[in-house]
Design a protein around this ligand. Structure first.
Ligand SMILES: [Zn+2]
Ligand SMILES: [Zn+2]
Length: 121
């Protein structure tokens, strides 16, 4: 018997979201993320990519040097910011001021900071 999706999602609520990708399929993880955080499919896919330490946008493995997309639109969704690779960051018109990279937000396209994590670790 297949459980109704609402019931499955209800059960997921009791599990640790950060561990969820270990137990459920990619499709279910993405559907649940859309349901739970009211995000679109590409954002949910990005969260999924990040849980495996891959770029939010292109899904390649992140190296020790990557960027975090700091924008209020993202902090209101999860208490996490999307992690992206240097190549993807370049598509958002980055301008470097010292160690800060001013670039467009990957989600809402407004002005944001792509924080180079390498500088801070
Ligand atoms: Zn990328
Ligand atoms: Zn944004």
């Amino acid at each position: 018997m297949e459980l109704p999706i609402e019931l499955i999602f209800f059960i997921f609520n009791y599990l640790d979201y950060d561990e969820l990708h270990n137990y459920i399929s990619k499709t279910k993880f993405i559907k649940y993320t859309i349901f739970k955080y009211k995000v679109n499919e590409s954002y949910a896919l990005g969260i999924y990519n990040n849980t495996f330490n891959n770029c939010f946008l292109c899904n390649t493995q992140l190296t020790i040097s990557y960027l975090m997309n700091f924008c209020s639109c993202c902090s209101s969704i999860l208490d996490k910011y999307p992690m992206i690779c240097n190549i993807c960051s370049k598509k958002y018109e980055p301008k470097v001021y010292g160690s800060l990279v001013h670039a467009k937000c990957i989600n809402c396209n407004k002005k944001a900071i792509h924080l180079n994590i390498n500088y801070w670790s």
